[in-house]
Write a protein that binds this ligand. Structure first.
Ligand code: NAD
Ligand code: IPM
Ligand code: MN
Length: 355
């Protein structure tokens, strides 16, 4: 029987719908080229406009609605007019936490043809995978706001680093490093965060004893940021906390072609819940509605989705096609120095795949 993938789509806000429509085009086109599987999308209009109409970012039973799908494909969430902590807390972060998508895989890879602001760096010098903890840490959503409106007003935001939470992400990263025969760098901040990050570092060392074959490094996040710029080659597999992973992957995007090229997979490795695939950029209000957003990050996220769904050879071909598009330079959006429109790009990628 022909395989079928059923994908829930939350295009979201700003450039979200513009870029996601190209990703859907590419996924459907690949299904047609393959012939051995089919794909259907169900679109959910959740996001800031939905919030302004209903007072919620998604329905109360939103997670139950998403649960039966093979994957969630998300554009971007957040727009001026709705406070960011409400929009993100009510949708994207709900899904990551609610579906226990505790691995955030963010490849930082300088494809040939992609712009790089660093001098003397070749594509092979930037090729890492950041494994970001995605369910707790600094994003645990624990805290309080005390004495509001008085001079004693106080905000408390607590990080949560559980043994279970640290072990599973660190173990995942070791397994990945072992499988790919690449080094593993843990990035933390034990010199200042003497509870959470010291605990993280201990667990990184503990688990490492079962992986004597994996070369490891530990870096403080400040020094790691410096090395991302000065010597990105030293990073292969990287494992880090939720907040550090967020920040480092925007830096990673900047050295590897820009926000328009950076994708991420929010994985529930046990497949108890659907995983979610997205560009790592936001809704880009500064360019929304102009038809010039770069959809390649969203298309790269489709490659990650295909990989997770078992279509590994299409996942690879799609990434190769993105690289060919970048080197041919015929259909690039303005952020990559071209004149193409967002909705030219999906077709151009499919044309390359069909060759
Ligand atoms: P952003 O990523 O939206 O934009 C940063 C800069 O990168 C902007 O100049 C933008 O034009 C550019 N950019 C981003 N994606 C691009 C693309 N595909 N093509 C070309 N240029 C692109 O970050 P921001 O401005 O800090 O955030 C805007 C909103 O998005 C906020 O509400 C924020 O909370 C939200 N946000 C959402 C997500 C998400 O849904 N995953 C991620 C980050 C930010
Ligand atoms: C990302 C985003 C989110 C994060 C925001 C929008 C909550 O920046 O996916 O990188 O911090 O995880
Ligand atoms: Mn981010």
């Amino acid at each position: 029987m022909k395989k079928h993938f059923s994908i829930a789509v939350i295009a979201g806000d700003g450039i979200g719908p513009e870029v996601i429509s190209e990703g859907k085009k590419v996924f459907s086109g690949i299904a047609a080229l393959d012939g051995g599987f089919s794909v259907t999308f169900e679109d959910f209009p959740w996001g800031c406009e939905y919030y302004l109409k209903t007072g919620e970012m998604m329905p109360q039973d939103g997670l139950d609605i998403l649960r039966p799908f093979d994957a969630v494909y998300l554009g971007a969430v957040g727009y001026p007019g709705v406070p960011d902590h409400i929009s993100l807390g009510g949708l994207l972060l709900q899904i990551r936490r609610g579906f226990d998508e505790y691995i955030n895989l963010r490849p930082i890879r300088l494809l040939r043809g992609a712009p790089c602001p660093l001098a003397g760096v070749q594509p092979q010098d930037i090729d890492m995978i950041v494994v970001r903890e995605n369910s707790e840490g600094e994003y645990a959503n624990v805290g309080a706001r005390l004495y509001a409106g008085t001079p004693r007003e106080t905000a408390i935001q607590t990080g949560v680093f559980s043994r279970h939470g640290c072990e599973r992400v660190i173990r995942y990263a070791y397994e990945l490093a072992r499988r790919e025969k690449r080094s593993l760098t843990s990035i933390s901040k034990g010199n200042a965060l003497c509870y959470s990050m010291v605990f993280w570092d201990e667990i990184f060392a503990e688990i490492g004893r079962s992986y004597p074959d994996v070369e490891t490094h530990s870096l403080l996040v400040d020094a790691a940021s410096m090395f991302f710029v000065k010597d990105p080659k030293r990073f292969e597999i990287v494992v880090t906390s939720n907040l550090f992973g967020d920040i480092l992957t925007d830096l990673g995007a900047a050295i590897a072609g820009g926000m328009g090229l950076a994708a991420g997979a929010n994985l529930n490795p046990e497949r108890t819940y659907p995983s979610m695939f997205e560009p790592i950029h936001g809704s880009a209000p500064d360019i929304a509605g102009q038809g010039i957003a770069n959809p390649l990050a969203s298309i790269w996220a489709v490659s990650q989705m295909l990989d997770f769904l078992g279509e590994n050879s299409w996942a690879k071909s799609l990434l190769d096609a993105i690289e060919i598009l970048l080197t041919e330079r015929r259909t690039l959006t303005p952020d990559l120095g071209g004149h193409a429109r967002t909705d030219d790009v999906g077709a151009a990628v499919l044309e390359i795949l069909a060759r």
